[in-house]
Design a protein around this ligand. Sequence first.
Ligand code: ZN
Length: 366
Amino acid sequence: MTNEIAEGQNRSSSMERLRKLRKSIAEKELDALLISQPENLRYLSGFTGSGWLLISKQNTILAVDFLYEEQAKIESPGFEIIRIKQELHGWLPGLVSDLGWHKLGFEANLVSYDSHNRLSAAITARQINLELVPAAGIVEQLRSIKGPEELVLITKAARLADAAFEQANKMIRPGVTEKEIAWEIETILRQKGSEGVPFEIIVASGPNAALPHARPTEKAIRSGEPVLIDMGARIDGYCSDLSRTLFLGRANKTFQEIYDVVLKAQASAIEGTTSEMTASQADRLARTVIDQAGYGDAFGHGLGHGVGLAVHEFPRLGLSSSDSLADGMVFTLEPGIYLAGQGGVRIEDMAVLENGRLRVLSKAEK
Ligand code: ZN
């Protein structure tokens, strides 16, 4: 693909995203939306730096300071780039009153209490008729449904994680430390073209594998104990997420059993999840298998999470999730069983909802 074609595609997908966003803004009866969440900025404008995006029916304004001005011009052609010097309360009220907006949505999960206070004070002091409306998650909802161009990149990132896992798998033997394996995986990922790693790689062996978010230690791998590896790659901003649990030599009876239960739980979710379901119904498919095997208390996290520009995004698949599933969503299915003091098993694949059913993207051997 030539750069011009790629750029043309980027621009048309950006137009389509803005069209959908404007529809949501209108539905929420807002005049405009203020956005600063980095992945949201990138999704809507292509801009990868830090700044503020203001989207209204007519405007697409990207406000950045001196450090990012040139980058914004290059990455976000078609956006009105304005240079800002002060904090939000210093420049936003004047701009908003010039544009005649009265209801401005903002990412309530990102704007700090302090900046909100100062912004409100500046609006009052200038006697501007502007209401700040908490509006978190609007762009995140759009991001949860992937377009074909996004799926291409996510699939590449998934392939890269598969390949790095399989290559690193060969160096895993008794005596090698968790940290050495983690570094080897990171090296392979970077050599194969990953943009760094989207999250710190987990290599947890023996009792450490009972900690779902363990950090790699100096502990050497021993024969017969579980080794839990959780890793991902990033391509053009898009992430992948993959977990495998392996045993060197023979696993003991308990671990053979829990491995089979986790695998069955995952298969049940992969086969049974449909785009008509809620995220908590999908979670239930896997959880029931683990509950029935008697390990319900040892599966203390949700079934999975959306993956895209962020490694954790909508939808959230868990018992208490209120998200609904839909075609175009990409998420992980990662049931696990963790036995304190002994170790744990987690198996994680990424899948996309297509024509109502799941298609698994991860190919690494289980
Ligand atoms: Zn994950």
